[in-house]
Design a protein around this ligand. Structure first.
Ligand SMILES: NC(=O)c1ccc[n+]([C@@H]2O[C@H](COP(=O)([O-])OP(=O)(O)OC[C@H]3O[C@@H](n4cnc5c(N)ncnc54)[C@H](OP(=O)(O)O)[C@@H]3O)[C@@H](O)[C@H]2O)c1
Length: 256
């Protein structure tokens, strides 16, 4: 079955790679980024690597009030992937930082789910995925605000799943660990500047010192995470609802 898939924050990183996997499977893809230029360039890049694919872009900056009329009227799969993060001490994380992260990381998913869930329930089919983070569990001391937004997604996701009882709609949460994306690269550079070291040293030391429970002992690759997301976005995952799925390489030490 060909699905119509909207992935927020998908001009780069995990979102773009997920789009690539799903486009190659023949699904219609709506990519999203903040600017017309960035979004069009991503559509072109994806179209280039998946010649047969049906790809469109939706320009929307989730840090600002959103106009839902610019989004496709109907979709089958909503992947709430957009997420922003900074490395800052709690004492200097301002209200603006907190609000910005809640707005982008949580409210984007709240607004889009409120928009699309009724339509999915009416058609008796749909997938909503929330992309959380290992930080929801680890809450590193320099990422308290980000970790809080990701923890909030778990309640949001489970709460929405509870409204899908006995339908063909599922809502699940994916928990990636440290994944080498453009965003992760910026994060490493920020840390390198703080610690007065070069980014390569910081990247190598990061997993060892800051994710010591990691069993894979490395950053994940975007394609590893994207393959998992694509499965839970598919019809094959129909018995999975209200669940939290880990692809953090063991970094959270979670047994449940
Ligand atoms: N990478 C990791 O290590 C890691 C680990 C755990 C969880 N995650 C989560 O996985 C998700 C994807 O992360 P990533 O590292 O792949 O991201 P990324 O590389 O930072 O990608 C950023 C994407 O988000 C878009 N974006 C940023 N701010 C936006 C906004 N206000 N409105 C709309 N789009 C916006 C960017 O689009 P433009 O620049 O074109 O506007 C770009 O497409 C996030 O939710 C993140 O929290 C990541």
């Amino acid at each position: 079955m060909k699905n119509s898939v909207l992935i927020t924050g998908s001009t780069a990183g995990i979102g773009f790679e997920t789009a690539r996997v799903l486009a190659n499977q023949g699904h219609k893809i709506f990519l999203n980024g903040r600017t017309k230029e960035g979004t069009s360039a991503a559509v072109e890049r994806l179209q280039y690597s998946c010649k047969e694919a049906d790809i469109d872009g939706v320009v929307c900056d989730f840090s600002k009030p959103i106009d839902l009329s610019i989004f496709p009227p109907n979709i089958d799969v909503l992947i709430n992937n957009v997420g922003i993060y900074t490395s800052k001490d709690f004492s200097v994380t301002s209200d603006e930082d907190w609000y910005a992260q809640f707005e982008v990381n949580c409210m984007s998913g709240v607004r889009l789910s409120r928009h699309y869930l009724p339509q999915m329930l009416a058609s008796n089919y749909g997938r909503i995925l929330f992309i959380s983070s290992e930080c929801a569990y680890l809450a590193p001391e320099d990422m308290v605000s980000y970790s809080s937004t990701k923890a909030a997604l778990h309640a949001l996701s489970r709460g929405l799943a509870n409204t899908t009882r006995n339908s063909g709609v599922t809502v699940n949460t994916i928990v990636p660990g440290s994944t080498y994306t453009e965003g992760a690269e910026r994060f490493i550079q920020e840390k390198a500047a703080q610690q007065n070291q070069n980014p390569n040293q910081v990247a190598q030391a990061f997993i060892k010192s800051e994710r010591p429970q990691s069993l894979i002992e490395r950053f994940a690759r975007t394609e590893e995470v994207a393959a998992l997301i694509a499965f839970y976005a598919s019809g094959q995952s129909s018995a999975v609802n209200g669940s939290v799925i880990f692809c953090e390489g063991g970094s959270t030490s979670a047994t449940f």
